[in-house]
Write a protein that binds this ligand. Structure first.
Ligand SMILES: *Cc1c(COP(=O)(O)O)cnc(C)c1O
Length: 453
């Protein structure tokens, strides 16, 4: 016997096809009942709600497509996985199995890469915060140290003086690519001569091996052309070093920052329509390098540190509806068990969110809130959604980048992360936190142990 149909109030609706409405493009309303062959309701029943799900197949597919985009255009390419984008061990190891080096920006990330079995010489150490101990370790391990500022350069010079090994270094260069705002807080500026000055200091010191040039021009870049400008400027620096010192730069590292297919807040068109493809970025970078005047005997290795664009669409966040209510202006609001504490990217993106079960054809402008007792806990300010009832489930798409690193333990505990392998088998790759995850780190002084109320 089929279940009794629920009453739905009649509505009159204008027919429109492929037309944006005042909320942007129309949301495609097909329920997403399965993720990589697993029923959403089973995943939530067995592993709790909310829960992150990552597809190993998708990660490998994206990676191979990106690698191919660069390798078909340029002879020597090396990817380095940006740890801060997603540094769960299982995720990093998929990239390392695919041949990716590690790109880290802190001592903690550096140690995580070593612990994951990455050879020191295949770790790129970026960022403004490298302690003396971090630098000594990186020098001993022959890692690639990308110098961010002069204080670091001087410290490294000092370390080099008393060390048997010569540090392998590059400088991070910031430059004007015509994109606003320009990122100039990291590394040395190209246009005002800081970068050239730093290169001369390194060459004159005679204590370090200048092996590369690095830039990372921004994040979620929507212009492939900006990378062409950046690559030309780095090639020009490399040629200047070659001309003055007869010294060949071994690699040019173009960083990451390629946009994923997510939709930025305030964007009228969805990211899937406007983000350049990996091929666009590859074409811009490789042709700028090859068309430059840099003429070493062997072409420099091209390093790519793409994070977001490789993993964003390889993960989903599954959750459940806690309640519905009307706001004072009559608008519908739905409260989910997914908050901005675990879906940090909700601050920047209008995430695609789909119901995980069949629904009726009536849709309404809805505010989607998280479970936190905090006004800022808004998952979507305004989304055209079918009616969701308490207990219904939803799928948030494209959550692979930055959520599983920037999530914060706030009000609720962090949930499980599951990996579906290439054969469809499910693995828990990070367990859910429990009360003791937190209390184990705490201590109560003896005089505060007892109280009476
Ligand atoms: C964050 C970061 C990346 C990765 O950036 P995406 O936007 O995730 O591609 C690469 N290199 C450096 C130096 C970074 O700081």
């Amino acid at each position: 016997m089929s279940p009794k149909k629920t009453y739905e109030r009649p509505i009159i609706k204008k027919l429109e096809s492929n037309m944006p409405n005042k909320f942007g493009m129309r949301t495609i309303y097909e329920p997403v009942t399965h993720v990589e062959g697993h029923a959403v309701k089973d995943l939530i029943r067995d592993h709790g709600s909310p829960v992150f799900v990552i597809s190993e197949k998708k990660i490998r597919k994206n990676y191979r497509a990106a690698k191919q985009a660069f390798e078909t255009r340029y002879p020597k390419v090396q990817f380095a996985w940006s740890y801060k984008t997603n540094y769960l061990d299982a995720v990093c190891k998929i990239y390392h199995q695919e041949g990716s080096w590690a790109e880290v920006v802190s001592g903690f990330e550096y140690d995580k890469a070593i612990r994951n079995g990455v050879e020191g010489s295949k770790i790129i150490f970026n960022g403004p915060d490298k302690s003396e101990a971090d630098l000594r370790k990186a020098v001993t391990n022959n890692s690639l140290i990308h110098i961010d500022h002069l204080d670091e350069l001087y410290l490294l010079q000092d370390i080099a003086k008393n060390s048997k090994q010569r540090p392998k270094v590059a400088i991070r260069v910031n430059l004007d690519t015509g994109i606003f705002p320009m990122w100039d807080r990291f590394g040395f500026n190209y246009e005002n001569g800081q970068a050239w000055d730093a290169l001369n200091k390194i060459m004159f010191s005679g204590q370090m091996d200048l092996v590369g040039l690095h830039t990372h021009i921004g994040t979620f870049m929507l212009s492939a052309g900006a990378y062409a400008v950046a690559a030309s400027k780095l090639a020009h620096l490399a040629q200047s070093v070659l001309a003055k010192y007869n010294h060949e730069i071994k690699y040019i590292d173009m960083g990451g920052g390629f946009a994923s297919k997510n939709t930025l807040k305030g964007s009228f068109l969805p990211g899937s329509d406007i983000s350049p493809s990996i091929d666009d970025f590859a074409e811009a970078i490789t042709s700028a390098l090859m068309n430059s005047d840099y003429r070493p005997k062997t072409p420099p290795l091209l390093i790519i540190e793409s994070g977001r664009a490789l993993i964003d669409d390889a993960a989903w966040l599954l959750g459940s509806v806690l309640a519905n209510k009307r706001l004072s202006d009559g608008r519908r609001s739905t409260i989910l068990d997914i908050g901005v504490n675990i879906l940090f990217t909700a601050f920047w993106y209008d995430h695609k969110i789909t119901p995980a079960q069949a629904f009726t054809s009536y849709t309404e402008d809805t505010a989607l809130y998280g479970p936190l007792c905090m006004n800022i806990d808004v998952v979507r300010e305004s989304i055209n959604m079918p009616l969701l009832n308490k207990g219904d489930q939803v799928v948030v798409h494209h959550v692979g980048a930055y959520n599983m690193t920037q999530w914060m333990q706030f009000i609720t505990l962090r949930p499980k992360v599951l990996l579906i392998d290439e054969y469809g088998k499910l693995h828990v790759i990070r367990n859910n936190e429990t009360l003791s995850t937190l209390t184990d780190l705490e201590a109560v002084p003896p005089h505060l142990v007892h109280f009476e109320l």
